[in-house]
Design a protein. Structure first.
Length: 178
C-alpha cells in the first residue's frame, strides 16, 4: 500500500514537471528571441568648433588641481604607523600631475612670471627623479615631505590668482580647428 502511494506521488510529480506546471513562460523568456525594436531616424549631431576657455579660467582650474595633487603627495609622504611603506607609484602619479598642472599654469602667464614658475617646476621634477632613483629612507622621506611643503607654500603665496591676475596672457578669441 505504501509503495502504491509513493509511486503515485512520484508519477504525479513527474507528469506535472513534464507538463510545465508552474514554469509557463520560463522557457520562452530564456530561449526565444525577442523582436527587434524598430530604429527611428538617424541621430544628427551638431558639431561646433572648439572654443578655448579664457586663460583666467584655465589658470584657476590648473591652480586648483595642482593644490589638490600637492596635498595628496603630502599625505602619501606622511608617516602612517610603525611599519612605513611608501607607495612609489602614488608618489610618481602625484608628482607628474602636479608638474603637469604647473606647466598649464605657466602657459597662461606672461614670460616674466613663467620664468619664475620654472624654478618650482624644476624642483618638482627633481623630486620626481629622486623618487625614480629607488629606495627612499625615512630620513629622505621626511626631507622630501618638508621640501614639497615648502614648494607648495612658495607657489601658493607667489602664484595665487589674486597675486598674478595682472600677469595672465591676453586671450585669443579664434576657435581652434581640429
Amino acid at each position: 500500500m505504501k509503495t502504491k502511494i509513493s509511486a503515485t506521488i512520484v508519477l504525479a510529480v513527474f507528469v506535472l514537471t513534464l507538463s510545465g506546471c508552474g514554469n509557463n513562460g520560463v522557457f520562452n523568456r530564456k530561449f526565444v528571441r525577442k523582436n527587434a525594436k524598430p530604429e527611428g531616424p538617424p541621430k544628427i549631431f551638431n558639431i561646433e568648433p572648439f572654443v578655448k576657455p579664457p586663460n583666467t579660467e584655465i589658470y584657476k582650474h590648473a591652480f586648483l588641481f595642482w593644490d589638490a595633487w600637492i596635498d595628496e603627495l603630502t599625505i602619501a609622504l606622511s608617516h602612517s604607523g610603525p611599519q612605513r611603506t611608501v607607495n612609489v607609484l602614488k608618489l610618481k602619479e602625484c608628482l607628474n600631475n602636479a608638474v603637469s598642472n604647473l606647466k598649464d599654469m605657466k602657459n597662461c602667464l606672461n614670460d616674466k612670471k613663467a620664468q619664475e614658475l620654472d624654478i618650482y617646476i624644476k624642483q618638482l621634477e627633481d623630486y620626481s627623479k629622486a623618487v625614480d632613483a629607488g629606495y627612499i629612507s625615512d630620513g629622505s622621506l621626511s626631507r622630501l615631505r618638508d621640501d614639497v611643503e615648502t614648494n607648495k607654500r612658495n607657489v601658493s603665496i607667489r602664484f595665487s590668482f589674486s597675486e598674478i591676475k595682472n600677469d595672465i596672457k591676453e586671450d585669443s578669441s579664434e576657435p581652434e580647428s581640429n
